[in-house]
Design a protein around this ligand. Structure first.
Ligand code: PGA
Length: 243
């Protein structure tokens, strides 16, 4: 794992957007794994700015989002699909048919997860995945527990995770869906390159466990220690227990 501490969250976000844009320049048909949440917001803003200046062409790229709430339709204002439309998809030239997303309104969760894994396999897997990390050490919605699952799967969200997503539901954690669908550990660990961003004091403990702790399902992000090409980009606050 290569750690880099930036002077600020904004500096890390700008560098991350430039890094993604470079990956797409090098391989225009790149398959990107994309996160939601607060962490990547500035990255999306910077990518949209690059695209509007003609410095990012996504016309041949494809995206797979990491996860989605289960039990709400894609056009629900709280869904991750809606978040991505608002902050990214609507503003760039990524063809609609190149956008891959889990459908939280699917009747059969297992079939939906199998479909998503098959689509990702058909695309050749992720060339580059951008990740955040939960305060509890989750990546995508692979929550800490006694074990982890390799394939895409349905998951019950922990209280801390629902709290962290309350902003999408009018700051009311009780309105955050109880379950989600998520890419499993295999899709993430098989990505050719990983960039994980973490900002703020609230992430310092999880970052330290990810980087310095044992590899354990109690901290799903710790499995990234087994991957050959992981960049961990932090602001000073998120790095304070890792120095
Ligand atoms: P956050 O979520 O960016 O909203 O902190 C990160 C994550 O849960 O992966």
């Amino acid at each position: 794992m290569k750690l880099r501490v930036f002077d600020s969250e904004q500096d890390a976000a700008s560098a991350c957007a430039a890094h993604l844009a470079e990956a797409v320049r090098a391989r225009p048909s790149a398959v990107l794994g994309l996160p939601t949440g607060r962490t990547p917001l500035n990255v999306y803003r910077e990518l949209v700015a690059l695209a509007s200046r003609g410095a990012l062409d996504l016309s041949r790229a494809s995206t797979f989002n990491l996860d989605e709430f289960f039990g709400i339709p894609p056009d629900d204002a709280g869904s991750f699909r809606s978040y991505m439309e608002r902050h990214f998809f609507q503003h760039v030239n990524l063809p609609r048919e190149h956008i891959h997303f889990l459908d939280g309104s699917a009747q059969d969760a297992d079939a939906e997860c199998a479909r998503y894994d098959a689509e990702l396999a058909a695309a050749g897997g992720l060339d580059l995945v951008l990740l955040g990390i939960g305060g509890n050490g989750h990546i995508a919605f692979n929550e800490p527990g006694d074990s982890l699952l390799a394939p895409c799967h349905r998951v019950r969200l922990g209280r801390e995770t629902r709290q962290a997503n309350a902003a999408l539901f009018g700051d009311d954690a009780t309105r955050v869906p109880l379950e989600a669908l998520t890419l499993g550990m295999a899709a993430i660990l098989q990505a050719r390159r990983v960039v994980l961003l973490a900002f703020g004091e609230g992430k310092a403990g999880a970052v330290s466990a990810m980087v310095r702790g044992p590899v354990t399902p109690r901290c799903p992000a710790s499995f990234l220690q087994l991957h050959r090409d992981v960049e961990v980009w932090l602001d000073p606050m998120a790095s304070q227990q890792t120095q």
